[in-house]
Ligand binder design. Sequence first.
Ligand code: GEK
Length: 241
Amino acid sequence: MTEDRLYAQTRARIDAFRFDAHVAQVFADMIARSVPGYGLLLDMISVITREYAKPDTNLYDLGCSLGASTLAMRHAAPDGSRIIAIDNAPAMIERAQTNIAMDTSTTPVSLLCDDIRQVVFESPASLMTFNLTLQFIPPTDRLPLLTRMAEALLPGGALILSEKIQLPDAGDNQTLIDLHHGFKRAQGYSELEIAQKRSALDNVLVPDTLDTHIARLQQAGFSHVVPWFQCFNFISLLAVR
Ligand code: GEK
């Protein structure tokens, strides 16, 4: 795994963050050292897949990056199911292809390099994973997308939605941001790396509050929304159609 040193040197100008070849090369290290509980999220994606994915249905991984969440689903996928993993970054899909090919489990995986907003979700689908990706979709596109996803899911089908959130109270929000930065420091990131990455993500990763997520999922057609994970300002929800 290549170490993420992308923001280690002072940059004269911080461009908006993009999922390009430089990021794809270090992404496994970047996400593990940036998202507190990332490994647990992956382990629980397997557990939730085992509970909700149905035989002979489609399972979707939206924003699959290098395929870590795809493989977490694949290792728990029921007979006859098929995984469709989507990412719009060619450099991610290329590496995901290799990672999926090296994995020995047999559930078929179709990798699509496409914008999730353009994809037609094929029924019947019983499980969709949206692990840390909705936050990169422009806010006005979020409800229409989630509504199309809910429509493609069978009754009782589930969405796993993991996100970075913001808190409505500015002081509480800052407390969790500080703790998240403490986590990154503990992972070996310098103050410069933390500050430059933060600027790069400004207006690219746009977090919602937990209440906004829950209300939007209900509006999109999910009848039950259960928060099951939080570590600092990262959460995961189980939304059942
Ligand atoms: C994991 N789930 O390892 N369409 C398709 N893909 C998109 C779009 C879009 N509109 N916008 C962003 N992406 C993974 C981690 S990373 C999370 C997901 C993070 C893709 C983008 O290219 C990137 O690969 C992924 O969503 C988000 O469990 O970087 O914090």
